[in-house]
Design a protein around this ligand. Sequence first.
Ligand SMILES: [Zn+2]
Length: 350
Amino acid sequence: MDKRKISNICFILAIVLFAVSMIQDWTKQDSPTTAQQNNVKNIIFIIGDGMGADQMNLVTAPNHFERSHSIGFSKTYSASNRVTDSAAGGTALACGVKTNNGVLGMNADSVPVQSIMQELRQSGLATGEVASCRITHATPAAFYAHQINRGMDAEILSDLYKYGPDVFVAGGNKLLVADSLTQAGYQVTYSLDSMAAIASGKVACILAEEDMPTAPFRGDTIRKGVEQTIRLLEKDEDGFFLFIEGSQIDWAGHGNEGERLRAEMQDINRVIGYCMDYADAHPGTLVFITADHETGGLSLPGEEMSTVFTTGQHSGVMVPFYAYGTGAEQLKGVHENTDFKALLLSLVNR
Ligand SMILES: [Zn+2]
C-alpha cells in the first residue's frame, strides 16, 4: 500500500472516531435518562388491587388515568403460580422480588427483602400508607412486613409496630393495640377531623374495625385521608414516599359485582386526580399507578359496556401501569412487576 493510501485511510479513521465521540457526547447531554435522573423528591405509589385495563375503562369523565405522561404493562405472575395472589404481587412491586403466593416481604427462599418504602425511609424520606382495607391486609403489609404467610396477623402486627410507615390511614382497629402504637411513637386517632388537628409526627388514623365501608358508602374518605397524610409527610424536607391502595376493587371483582366495581373505580380515579394535581403544584413529585393483578377476568361487551366476569378469581393477564409527573418518561414499556422498585429508586434524589 502506498503512503498516500495509508494517509487517506488514517484521515477517514480520524473523522469516524471524531464523529463517534461527538455522537456519544450529544447522547449524554440529551438523553432523558441522564438529564432527569435523581430529580424525584416525592413518590406517590398507587395500587388498584385487581385493577386491569378493563377496570380502568369503567371510569367516567374526567378519567384521570388518561392524563398519564407514560404507560406500559406489568407481568404479574409469581414465583409459584401463573396467577399471583396479593401477597406475592404486593411483594414483587414493593420489594422487587418474585416470591411464592402467600408470602410477604420475602423472596422465594424465605429471605426477608427490604421494600422501596423501607429503603427510602433509611435515606431520610417520610413514609405513609392509605388504604381502604385494614392496615395488616396483604398489599399494605407487603411494604413493611416480612412474613412467610399473609395470614400471620400477630407477626404482621409486630412488624407494623417496628417497621410501619410514619403516617397511616386505614382500617384494622379490631387487631391494632393502641398502647403498642403509642409505644411505637404513633399519635393514635380515629377520625380524619381529629387527624387534621395534629401538627406533625407519627400518626395512626384508624377508621374502621376491620375494612372500611365499600364505595360509594365511605364517601371521600380515601382522598381526604391522602390529603391529611401528605400534609404531614411534606413537612420532611427530604421528601416522602406515600403508598395508596384501592383495596376493594379486588373484592368487587371476586364478587362479580359490576356496580360496586364502578364505584370503587370512580373512587380511585378521584384519588389519582388529586395526586396528579399535587404533582402539578409540586415539581419533583412522581405519581406511579399500577395493579398487583387483574381480578374477575372482566370484559365490557356491547353498547352498554355491561360488566361480564369470566371468573371469581384473579387472572394471569398483564396489567397496565401509568406514570405522571417528574421522571414519568422513564417508566414505559413492558416490565416484570419486580422491575419497578429499582426503576423508581434510580429516579430519587437521595
Ligand atoms: Zn384478590
